[in-house]
Structures are given as C-alpha cells and as structure tokens.
Design a protein around this ligand. Structure first.
Ligand code: NAP
Length: 279
C-alpha cells in the first residue's frame, strides 16, 4: 500500500496544538495574536485563499485584519500600507497574497515586510537565512511540505529529489529546504531538457509547475515519494496521480495534501511571531 501523506489530518492536529499556544499567549500577555492579510485586486481565487487564512486564524483563537486594496493600487501605495502594518505593535504577522496586479513591484513589497512579521516567508532576507541554515520563517508552502514529509517519517538524507518549478515562493525554497535536509536536488523549469528522464530518476518528486496533471504518471519510478503542490479546478494537481495507484511509496492527495499544510504553516509561524513579540 502507498502511504497517504494526509495534509488535512495533520493540519487539524497542528491547529489543536496552536490553539493551546494561543490560549497561553492570551493569558500571559492579555493580548490576542493578530495576522494582517493584504489582498490587492479582485482575483476570486486569491480572495478565497485570504478568507481561508482568516478562518484558520479564528479556529486557533487568533484575530486577523483583512486589508482589501483596489486593482489599480500602485507600488508606493502598497508600500505605505505595509509600513503602517510594520509599525503597528498590535500586528504580529503580515501576509501579502500572491500574485498582486502586474503594475505592482511584488518583490519590493514582499521585501518591505519586517522580517519579524514575515510569517509567510517571502522576504529575500528570510530566504537567504533559510538557505544558509539559519533560523527564519520558511516560505509557507515548501515549509508545510517539509513538515508533512517529516511527520510521516519520509527518509530524506541521501535521496534524489526532483523539484519541477523554480518560483520564488515555491520551487526555489523547496529545493533549498530539501538540500538542507541532505537530499541531492535537481531543479527543473521550462527550459529543462528531457524532463521525463530527470523525473524518472527521482526518489522524491515535487510538482510545482502550475499546469494541470502536467507531470505524467509514467515518468515516475516505482517506490517514489510524490508531492503535488498544484491545485486546479476539478480537484487535480500538477501531477497525474490517479494512474500511480499503489506503485509509489507515498503521495499527497489533491485536495487535502499540500494546501492545508500551507495554511497550517502560515498560522504556526504567526503564532511563533506573536510568542516572540509578546513573550
Ligand atoms: P509559477 O510561479 O507559475 O511557477 C511555475 C514554475 O513551473 C516555473 O518555475 C516554470 O519555469 C515552471 N514550468 C512551467 N512550464 C514548465 C514546463 N513545461 N516544464 C518544466 N517547468 C515548467 O507557479 P507557483 O506559484 O510556483 O505555483 C506552482 C503550483 O503550485 C501551481 O499549481 C499553484 O497553484 C500551486 N501552489 C499551491 C499552493 C498551495 O498552497 N497549495 C501555494 C502556491 C502555489 P520557468 O521558471 O522557467 O518559467
């Protein structure tokens, strides 16, 4: 039998632990941890993600502030809002929902988030620290994947991990986190030649491409660990999961695998940030 890497179940357990930690923060400091979320523009999927993150805050006893900015917001306007949140002692974590409208310099805005409030792990400084093996809040999706792999006891040291995708929030930090866990890592992207042959060598495959069922089941070798970060309408990810059947060692379902772990990681890092700032 293949092992189901059940992100939904693990996220519920993590939330129960976080609720207890939030109760302690409230009792000790008399204050409630607050995550500020920023949504720019009207993308319905982004609005749904922000709503889900706000609800997760509620479930663990945190508060959230939701800032909604118009589609035409400029970089300067967004930077001004981030500066206000950085300076607000009642706000312990800041989430800027990706992607922002094209006229905005997203990198500049991510990097304007104060490091101690960068609970979604999007700043260059946080990324650099993580890459060097120093303490930092990890980018939420890959950090959630690492938590999931470790929880289920997936052996990482010495394994060949193939990450398909190299985005700043997912593929790149994923590759460095796996490297930090002593995997040998291959990072693939749109210019990679003979992708199928590279995926075929993987002990661990991470799909972070953003194309429905792009990674074919017959590219994946028997006994591999399969992590699908994608989510598309119709409940499919970036990897063709169904035909894999029981011939892989472990796999993340879509939905219910990586998605809930992303949110659980954001909330975990928000609670940690509040503990540090209020402790
Ligand atoms: P992205 O920014 O669009 O990056 C996609 C990556 O895939 C790029 O590095 C791109 O290469 C690569 N790629 C595109 N076509 C390719 C091809 N034909 N062969 C090989 N590589 C190819 O996407 P993202 O933000 O990283 O997201 C990736 C997936 O994860 C999406 O399905 C997204 O929905 C999902 N996601 C899920 C969560 C969650 O919480 N579950 C969070 C974030 C993202 P180049 O760099 O060469 O363009």
């Amino acid at each position: 039998m293949s092992l189901l890497l059940d992100g939904k179940a693990l996220s519920l357990k993590i939330e129960a632990d976080l609720a207890a930690r939030v109760a302690v923060i409230k009792e000790k400091s008399g204050r409630t941890p607050i995550l500020a979320t920023i949504l720019v523009g009207g993308d319905p999927a982004s609005a749904t993600y922000v709503t889900m993150k706000g609800k997760a805050c509620q479930r663990v006893g945190m508060d959230s502030i939701r800032l909604e900015l118009p589609e035409a917001t400029t970089t300067e306007e967004l930077l001004a809002e981030i500066a206000k949140l950085n300076a607000n002692p009642d706000v312990h974590g800041i989430l800027l929902q990706h992607p922002v409208p094209h006229q905005i310099d997203e990198r500049a805005c991510f990097d304007a988030i104060a490091l101690e409030k960068d609970v979604d792990g999007v700043t260059c400084l946080g990324f650099g620290r993580m890459a060097m093996g120093e303490r930092a809040y990890g980018s939420a999706t890959p950090a959630g994947i690492m938590t999931l792999l470790r929880h289920y006891g997936v052996e990482l040291a010495g394994k060949h991990a193939v990450v398909v995708g190299r985005s700043a929030i997912l593929g790149k930090p994923m590759a460095l986190m796996l490297l930090g866990a002593d995997c040998t890592v291959t990072v693939c992207h749109s210019k990679t030649r003979d992708l199928a042959a590279l995926v075929k060598q993987a002990d661990i495959v991470v799909g972070a491409v953003g194309r429905p069922e792009f990674i074919q089941a017959d590219w994946i070798k028997d006994g591999a660990v399969v992590v699908d970060a994608g989510y598309h309408p119709g409940g499919v990810g970036d990897i063709q999961l169904k035909p894999l059947g029981d011939r892989v060692a472990a796999w993340t379902p879509v939905p219910g695998g990586v998605g809930p772990m992303t949110i659980a990681t954001l909330i975990t890092q928000s609670v940690e940030a509040a503990e540090r700032q209020l402790g």
